[in-house]
Structure formats: C-alpha cells, structure tokens
Design a protein around this ligand. Structure first.
Ligand code: CO
Length: 503
C-alpha cells in the first residue's frame, strides 16, 4: 500500500505522462490531417517516415517500464483512489495491457503489411482485380487471428478485435442485436422503398465557394466553433481532434448535389461537437476521451439523420436555401426538400446507403468478418460469400468485386471488427435522441428555427461530459433509463417513413 504522499506523487507523475503522450498524439493527428488535406504529393515518403518515428516514440513512451510500473502501482491501490482517478487508471491500464500483449515485431509486421495491402487495394479496386490483393488480405486475416490470440478472449476471438473499437462489447451481445435489427429492417424496407425510392435525385450546378459558405453556416448553427476548428475540402469526409480546442472537419463537395457535402459536414460536425464537448480539464486522459466508436457514431448520426433529415430541420434548411440558392428554394416546398434528402433505395454501396438500409450493409460485413476470424471462411471464398450475402439480405446482385468486396477500405487497412460500430451508432443515437425529445418539450420548434443549443447542451451534459466514465451500454442505460435495444431506432424509422404523412 502506498502512503497518501506516495499516492499523490504517483498520481502527479501518472498525469504528467498522460499529458506528454497526449501532446505527441496531437502532433501525430496534425501531420495526419495535413497529409490528407494540404500536403504536396512529393512529401508522402517523408511524411510516412515522420509518422513511423512518431508512432514508435508514442508506443515506446506508453509502454516504457517506468510508466507500466507506475500504472500497476496505482492499480494496486485502486480503492484509495477517488472516483475520477479510478476511471483514468482503470482505462489506461486496460489500454496498456492490450498494448503490452502485442510484441514489437508483431506490431511492426502488421503496420508493414497493412500499408502494403492498402496501396495494393487502391489499385485492385480501380482495376476490379480481387486476385491481386488476395494474398495480402489473407495475410491481414492471419495477423488479425494472431492478434486475437495474443490479446486473448473469453468467448470468441472476434471479441478481442471488436474491443479495440468498442471497448467491452462482445459478439454474443452485438450479433443477436444486429441480426434482429436486420430482420426488422428487411420487413419494413419494401413498403418504405415503394413510397420513397422514386424521389428524384438532386441535380444542379452548385459552385464550391457557395457550398462552403452554406456548410459553414450550418455547422456554426449546430454549435461548431470555428475559433476551435476548421472546415476543409478532401476526398473522404472526416473529423480529427488535434487538441482540446482544435477539432477539424473535412468534407467532400459534389458540384451536382449540394446535399452531398452538407450532410457529410453535418455528420462530421456531430463527431466534432462530441470531441469539443469532452471536459477540457481532463484532456488527454480517459475522462476526456470518447467512450467508443459506437458512441462517437451515435453523435454524428444523431445530427446527420435524426436532426438533419427531419421535417423541422428541412424547414430551417429551406430558409437557408432562400438565401443561398433562391431559385432552388422557389421551386420546392419544405416537404419537397424533405423528400429530396430522404430518398430510400437499396444500393450496393454502403457509403451511399440511406438511413433505413444502411445497417443491413453492416450486418453483412459482421457476418463475413466473424467467419473470417473463426476460420470458417477463406479469403479465396470471400467474394462469392459477399455476393451471396447481398443476394440474401439486400436482394441485390453485385456485378463485380469493385462494387462488392473491394468497396470498403477497412479490411484492407487492417481494421477487422470496426463495422459493427456504425450500426451501434444508429441504435445508440436513436435511443439518446428519443430521451432528448422527452426532456426538451419544444425541440421540433427550436430545430425549425435553426436553434440547436438546447439539444447540444443536453448532449454535453448527458453524454459528452462523462468521457469514458461509463461503458457505452452503461451510459445509454443511465441516460435513457432503459437497457439499450433496437426499439428506439425501429420506432423512429417506422414513425418517420410509414406513419407520418411524408409522401
Ligand atoms: Co462517422
């Protein structure tokens, strides 16, 4: 047992270490952001080297003997710690245990193979050539299976991988939840498609500078602070946190369709608002970090879909279109606008999917990943298995591997176990929003007026302020007073697309 003075010293050293690691991670995030946004093409080799060194440095500092001993000592004195310190020690130890189970040679090999596979995938996808990337993907699956064995698991090797993205989640809970979600969606999808699939696609000529102004206006209205962030164009929309007061978003502009960038911006703004809402006094510690990718995604989807694709929001958006695109606004009612951003039509491509069928794409990937990791499915049989799942679950026939198994970066980027977090985001987001609606009486009226601060404050107090204090499920249960289930999400879809007068 440590004396109280020793404990104070140990804690102060613990937090100083976390702070320094955090600063290094912020620099890593900054050069990663630059790589995707502004870096000149010839800098890519040099940047990769800088990232490699920085990554190694962060890993070495995090797993340094002194720090490991320090965390272990604090953990041994767990009952003497206050509640806040307990969370930070508990989660840091968890993270550290995971990192220590992976030998340096393993991490180096996975990094190398992942980088090779990623480049091979970009070419294979463009050429519709699965065979060229197959041996590397086999290697990724093999390394992921090895990783699961190194990390260890109680029930299923997949759990060890899922845990990296959704701490504490288990296949035995996630799988049945997502399967019943898929079943329920499949039941209502034909009727919803009958009503919403023929909505014409938005087609026009939208100059990028004007789109930027519209996107900035909406992100700002939602509560995004441009003094603590920026919005830049890129190939793939993303958000990155470079500091407690430096959280940046990127979006992709489509000259033909203003809604494409706008909804990507709203999505990334949702992620950014979460990062900016984490308690600044705990920055760099678990109490100042996001719970999980599922909870992160619940925030982005809440703003993008539950708020952004609602009728009240469309009435606010219509008033903005009057200002930005008066001709467009004149030609359509609020309901026309609402329909134009709520087209529901099954597609082969996950990132183009509507909010109803989206989760089906996730379930397909979960079922395939699980079998790849358990060894029941060979990479050689993956394209056929993929197509089979699309036939069974979405009743679509992928014409080729480009729009089939090669469409997503995740597996080729070494990320197996990531996909379920997208569907969990839908489920958690709907549960949280249902509760917010119960507690904020005139939420719709506020949204219609472009006032989002009550909702943002509610999210900050109920979700953001806690950092990693609670597990994802625990957090949702506490906020909603109910065990997380698919019901709020299903109720939302059914009310929106089948009960309310929309068409
Ligand atoms: Co997201």
């Amino acid at each position: 047992m440590l004396s109280s003075m020793e404990l104070t010293q140990a804690l102060s050293s613990f937090y100083q270490n976390l702070e320094e690691l955090y600063r290094l991670r912020c620099v890593d995030a900054l050069i990663g952001w630059d790589q995707q946004v502004f870096m000149p093409p010839n800098a890519s080799q040099g940047r990769a080297e800088q990232q490699e060194t920085l990554g190694k440095l962060i890993h070495q500092r995090f797993t340094a003997k002194d720090f490991v001993t320090l965390v272990q000592r604090l953990h041994d004195n767990f009952p003497s710690l206050n509640a806040d310190d307990q969370v930070n020690v508990r989660e840091t130890k968890r993270h550290l245990d995971r990192a220590l189970k992976l030998p340096d040679e393993f991490v180096a090999e996975k990094t190398k193979i992942t980088s090779l596979t990623f480049s091979a995938w970009t070419k294979a996808r463009a050429a519709n050539d699965f065979a060229s990337v197959k041996p590397l993907l086999e290697k990724i699956v093999e390394l992921s299976r090895k990783e699961a064995e190194l990390i260890g698991y109680e029930e299923h090797p997949y759990d060890a991988l899922l845990d990296a993205y959704e701490p504490y989640a288990k296949l035995s809970q996630v799988r049945p939840m997502l399967l019943s979600l898929a079943q329920r969606i499949q039941t209502i999808l034909p009727e919803i498609e009958k009503r919403y699939s023929k909505v014409p696609e938005i087609q026009g000529d939208f100059q990028e500078d004007k789109q930027v102004a519209l996107n900035r206006k909406v992100a700002g209205a939602l509560g995004y602070d441009f003094a603590a962030g920026r919005l830049d164009p890129t190939h793939h929309p993303f958000m990155t946190s470079i500091g407690a007061e430096d959280v940046r978003i990127c979006t992709r502009f489509n000259k033909r369709n203003y809604a494409s960038a706008l909804y990507a911006t709203i999505h990334e703004t949702g992620h950014a608002l979460y990062e900016l809402g984490l308690p600044p006094k705990w920055k760099g510690t678990p109490l100042g970090s996001a719970v999980s990718l599922g909870i992160h995604e619940s925030q982005s989807r809440l703003w993008e879909n539950l708020v952004g694709r609602s009728q009240p929001f469309c009435s606010y958006l219509h008033s903005l279109l009057e200002e930005f695109y008066p001709e467009l606004a004149k030609g359509q009612s609020v309901m026309d606008l609402w329909r134009s951003v709520n087209r529901v039509r099954r597609t082969l491509i996950r990132v183009e999917a509507d909010e109803v069928s989206y989760s089906l794409h996730v379930v397909i990937r979960l079922l395939l990943e699980e079998r790849l990791i358990s060894g029941q499915l060979k990479v050689a049989d993956l394209p056929a298995a993929w197509n089979e799942q699309y036939r069974t679950i979405l009743n679509l026939e992928p014409p080729d591997n480009k729009d089939g198994v090669l469409q997503d970066v995740h597996w080729f980027g070494g990320m197996i176990g990531y996909f379920p977090t997208y569907a969990l985001g839908n489920i958690y987001g709907a549960a949280l929003f249902e509760r917010a609606r119960e507690q904020i009486q005139d939420l719709d009226a506020q949204i219609a007026q472009g006032k989002f601060s009550t909702l943002l404050t509610w999210l900050r107090e109920n979700v953001h302020a806690h950092g990693m204090r609670f597990r994802a499920e625990e957090l949702v249960s506490r906020v909603t007073g109910r065990t997380p289930s698919i019901e709020p999400f299903m109720n939302y879809l059914e009310n929106k697309f089948l009960k309310e007068a929309g068409v």
